[in-house]
Write a protein that binds this ligand. Sequence first.
Ligand SMILES: Nc1ncnc2c1ncn2[C@@H]1O[C@H](COP(=O)(O)OP(=O)(O)O)[C@@H](O)[C@H]1O
Ligand SMILES: CC(C)(COP(=O)(O)O)[C@@H](O)C(=O)NCCC(=O)O
Ligand SMILES: [K+]
Length: 279
Amino acid sequence: MILDLDIGNTLSKWRLKDADSSEIRSRGAVWTREEWRPGADIPDLDVVEAVRISSVARRAVLEETVSLLRRRVGTVHVARSTAEALGVTNGYEEPGRLGVDRWMGALAGYQLAGGCCAVDCGSAITVDFVLPGGRHLGGYILPGLRLMKESLKLGTRNVAIDPDSEAEELLEPGRRTVEAVNHGIYMAAVSAVNRIYSEVCDQQGVALPMMLTGGDARVVSRGIQVPHAVWPDMVYGGLEACFPLTAAERAGRLSGAPRVPSPVALEKIRAALAFSMLL
Ligand SMILES: Nc1ncnc2c1ncn2[C@@H]1O[C@H](COP(=O)(O)OP(=O)(O)O)[C@@H](O)[C@H]1O
Ligand SMILES: CC(C)(COP(=O)(O)O)[C@@H](O)C(=O)NCCC(=O)O
Ligand SMILES: [K+]
């Protein structure tokens, strides 16, 4: 079995993948914390022959996790943001400072679709762009839905947006505090993603396929106007591409990859952008 770990600021996600069949056998998530307890937090390490890790948690958390896993598992791969990988050049002035989850998402998106816009809706919402030739432009970081809500300190933090809510409902004026807050942060997130996408495609002269991942991807997806795909395993896809271990991975097949969405014509994106500026 292969254990894949995606340690975010809020949740540490794991999945177990069969090294022979490439099938995902189980998955789960625990709150990210200082100490990772195999056995309690993740299933039996005895069946694990290799681990792949993407972590944006504090360095001490990663070091602790890696040293613990190294004692139990033969192979431990830790992903890092680099200046170049798999045909993509990192757009950051200091490539190592790009969040490795963003780098994994960008690499997975590029492997699947060529140029892409990778949106990760977690603790933060990040939007990254890779051009068809493989140039990563850099991106945008904004607070995620939960962080935005908590920052208001209006006592609404425990009433989360129902992930099954329809966008039309969430974009209406709220008539209670909880509703006003939920609808406000939703509007902030989806307007930003829509606008960022249009601006960058306009500037670069190319309509890119958009892919969404992260804990809030599904609900954010409903408010995104352009064609896009939700890919819950996008960060894991980057790990598979960087450290291929199974036959399917070596052949370039990323598990759970969605169908690549065909972007709308650039003229349409530009017309919509021009129209919104006139209002
Ligand atoms: N069952 C859930 N438990 C916790 N957070 C959830 C859940 N479902 C959706 N979320 C949302 O997903 C976010 C965490 O998403 P995730 O992509 O795992 O973040 P990160 O990678 O930053 O840890 C939370 O901030 C919250 O808004
Ligand atoms: C921007 C992030 C906090 C997003 O993390 P997440 O929401 O997935 O937990 C993470 O990618 C990070 O710590 N990045 C380093 C800073 C940067 O990317 O510029
Ligand atoms: K994120």
